[in-house]
Write a protein that binds this ligand. Structure first.
Ligand code: NAD
Length: 380
């Protein structure tokens, strides 16, 4: 008998989105069957497909229809694939697919973004770092998402006296970096809680030798660290962190930082894996959380059935872990992905010259392999 029901707002979006979302949903069904949970998925429009549909229907043209937002707010979790593509790329267009993403993140009050960086044994050679540098790398980047430089006042003035070269009039611009104590506290506290369930280590990244916001960040970090004495806490300057991420990435467990630093460091850390098709992310707030792959809509391969669905599937795993507290199911799914890769199965983006053609799978077949491995792991 099915004991629990979760409603998922699924947003396939554009490009390869619908193809990888199909696999995410099939995997979710397999998890539901194994754990007696009914995942009810309902598709809604976002991005370019929302722009086209609202335009065709003669409605207000938008990348995030009100009905999608309402469904997302009412759901237990949101699973997104990707948005965008050349069809909607006109920079002068008043409505663009990415606006849908920004609007849904804002309206769901998602103040924290998580990006796990895990090195898969079988994909070590895909990393730009030497394999010995990758030993033991398994980190979680926790990034503040709604404050800092990106959300402070942005200003530009032209023809400003003395702002040009040689004392002439020229242009001037400024962006304000700002943080309130509560914005820092909710993210840093989350990082400590996460570290308790991992290797028990938090590195808080700032630029406290220069920035007032960073000094506040560090102060809050030190105060919160006292509530988590079982977690090892340290501060690191952002410039040093950028170096350490490539010099000795295995030293990090949970790395927590503000919006701009997190944006840059999480992309740098992603590259340790060497494969965009493997990176999932979660954005959490006070209400419904949103899970999505880190890559885009890959319009160059859309409709060909060859996209790698693993980042989407790993986003499902994050959803199980963080929205539904189904840690065992998430770990089993992660192990299934690792097993499939260990067995040599690859999508085209993961294949190299040594991969036999018979081991290269399409999107659907890769979904099949993961489901098969998941069911095998469950049966153990
Ligand atoms: P992209 O991530 O879509 O693609 C970069 C390269 O990686 C391409 O060669 C693509 O084929 C490949 N790739 C990406 N995901 C893959 C997968 N799952 N399987 C196999 N190969 C994959 O980035 P881009 O080309 O810069 O952007 C394409 C569109 O996606 C743009 O419209 C951009 O605005 C949008 N975009 C959306 C998001 C999002 O929805 N969160 C993020 C980034 C870019």
């Amino acid at each position: 008998m099915v004991s629990t029901t979760y409603n998922i707002c699924t947003l396939p979006g554009d490009g390869i989105g619908p193809e990888i979302m199909a696999e995410g949903k099939r995997v979710l069904s397999a998890v539901g069957a194994a754990y007696d949970v009914d995942f009810v998925c309902e598709d809604h429009l976002i991005g370019g497909s929302a722009i086209d549909t609202t335009r065709d229907n003669g409605e207000n043209v938008t990348a995030l229809p009100a009905e999608t937002l309402q469904a997302a707010q009412a759901a237990d979790a949101v699973l997104l694939a990707a948005v965008g593509g050349p069809k909607w790329d006109d920079p002068s267009a008043s409505v663009r697919p990415e606006q849908g993403l920004l609007a849904i993140r804002k309206n769901l009050h998602l103040f924290l973004n998580l990006r796990p960086v895990h090195i898969y044994r079988a994909l070590r050679d895909a990393s730009p770092l030497r394999p010995e540098r990758l030993k033991g790398v398994d980190l979680l980047i926790v990034r503040e998402l709604t404050g800092g430089l990106y959300f402070g006042e942005h200003k530009r003035e032209d023809h400003v006296e003395g702002a040009g070269v040689n004392g002439r009039a020229g242009s001037f611009a400024s962006d304000v970096m700002q943080y309130s104590e509560y914005e820092i506290e909710r993210v840093v506290r989350w990082a400590y809680e996460a570290a308790q369930g991992r290797r028990g280590k938090v590195t808080s990244v700032d630029k406290a030798n220069v920035l007032a916001t960073s000094r506040l960040w560090r102060e809050v970090n030190h105060r919160i660290a006292k509530d988590y004495l079982d977690v090892e806490s340290s501060d690191m300057l952002v410039d040093n962190s950028a170096m350490q991420l490539v010099a000795n990435p295995a030293q990090f467990d949970v790395l927590v930082t503000e919006n701009t630093f997190g944006d840059i460091l999480s992309d740098e850390a992603s590259m340790l894996t060497g494969s965009l098709g493997m990176l999932a992310s979660a954005s959490l707030g006070d209400g419904t959380a949103l899970y999505e792959p880190s890559h885009g809509s890959a319009p160059d391969i859309a409709g060909k059935g060859i996209a790698n669905p693993l980042a989407q599937i790993l986003s499902v795993s994050l959803m199980l872990r963080y929205s539904f507290k189904m840690d065992e199911a998430a770990a089993t799914l992660d192990a299934a992905v690792e097993d499939v890769l260990d067995a040599g199965w690859r999508t085209a983006d993961l294949a190299d010259s040594a991969t036999p053609v018979s081991k290269v799978l399409g999107t659907r077949e890769m979904g099949d392999k993961v489901i098969e491995a998941f069911n095998k792991c469950c049966a153990k």
